[in-house]
Design a protein. Structure first.
Length: 176
């Protein structure tokens, strides 16, 4: 065989052979570590370093100053690492989990100015925004007919909205 050195059992490996094997192993380990670092950077870019909002919607919230007005209280917390601005608060009705994959529900209402909260609102990482709307206002009873009553928050930095489902069993019916 030309160009190949056949090592007999009696021959010993030279220093050059040992260094070549160490170099090959080091190169393989370095390549694997580099690929891992590249995958980690992609993960951080795609998932970790983005806007993450935690949205909570609580029905039957009563303000201490005005106990006659029951509200659906919406709380938004920026749990991500990037600041954003909340620009829109909307209500949606969905009849199926599959329908919830869509951006908008079968019924849509926009809350332009909620009680106790101004929109647009800038949220830095760790900041909270609170606001509410009258749960007995015109049209809210329509959302109670859907299987899922959802409050949706849209911000300036995300492609998809953040949602919270309202527990319909806790919403008190308006006594006529």
């Amino acid at each position: 065989m030309r160009g190949w050195k056949v090592i007999n059992k009696r021959e010993r490996m030279t220093t050059t052979d040992v260094l070549a094997i160490i170099g090959a192993v080091t190169g393989i380990i370095g390549t694997i570590a580099g690929l891992f670092a590249l995958c980690w950077d992609y993960y951080k870019w795609k998932y970790a370093e983005r806007v993450q909002l935690k949205v909570t919607a609580i029905p039957n919230f009563v303000n201490a100053e005005d106990r006659r007005k029951e509200m659906i209280w919406v709380s938004v917390t920026n749990i991500g690492k990037i600041p954003t601005t909340i620009k829109l608060l909307t209500l949606h009705g969905f009849n199926s989990k599959r329908g919830m994959k869509k951006r908008n529900g079968e019924n849509l209402a926009i809350i332009t100015q909620p009680f106790y909260g101004q929109l647009p609102a800038k949220l830095n990482p760790g900041d909270d925004w609170d606001g509410g709307f009258d749960q007995h206002s015109e049209g809210i009873e329509e959302y109670l007919k859907y299987k899922y009553f959802v409050v949706q928050v849209e911000d300036t930095m995300s492609n998809k909205p953040f949602r919270a489902e309202v527990d319909k069993s806790l919403v008190k019916k308006l006594s006529s």
